[in-house]
Design a protein around this ligand. Sequence first.
Ligand SMILES: [Zn+2]
Length: 298
Amino acid sequence: MSMRFGIDLGGTKIEIVALEDDGTVRLRRRVPSPASYADTIDAIAALVAGAERETGIKGSVGVGIPGSLSPVTGLVRNANNQSLNGKPLDQDLIAAIGRPVRVTNDANCLAMSEAADGAGAGFRTVFAVIMGTGCGGGIVSSGRILDGPNGTAGEWGHTPLPWMRPEEFPGHRCWCGRHGCLETYLSGTGLALDCDGPGSRDASSIPARAAAGEAKAAAALARHADRLARALGMIANILDPDVIVLGGGLSNMQHLYTEVPALMARHVFGDVARTPIVQAKHGDSSGVFGAARLWDGG
Ligand SMILES: [Zn+2]
């Protein structure tokens, strides 16, 4: 039997999972994320060593991070875990663990996990979206992560809201330096800001408030669904994925699955708009499961 180790490197915790050939979870451990980069490398190496002791099998290693490796410099960029930015994470892990390591962003891990045995199973091209604190996306086609010369495939969160209305133009300023990024509208942070104004960051109460009749909350959810529909319509016109999988905290909002498909149809060029929009099956575990699958497909 072979073993696949997946590591989800988050801002607050590092998690490891050992996946057997058939997808069975052999073990799962988590530790708090250390503050320093050197301690992070040590913690990951220790998790892998511990997992190998427990399973008795040397496995492949994949790592999901909230950022990406620059294809030019090989250094981490755009990570919201600041200690990682500017560091040669994959090279340092290879040195610490003593074997090849694949590193990719957490949205690509979500796409891998859901395409393999989640909500995207059986579909050729899967566009997976994370809507949580931020907003990211990843593409898996025929079992492989789609990537290109810039390492940016699927990074829809930092493209501008399409079919912007006059009152939306030019959009909020994003942390990335641009205006009107989808992340500033579609993330939980963006939804909270839209509903409750500056300083609001937590959207978790908004669905219940809307259900209880609060007009402001219902209006914010309607704007959010419409903006998501526009953003996904653009994806259908460029990529035309066979399925769209929603992950992250906001993917629990069930109205998205009933309302967004019809709203999206207006923006899909042509006479059909039948892309299924489904909720991620593996929830918070998609990152770590997808990381374990980064060596699948060669
Ligand atoms: Zn941005």
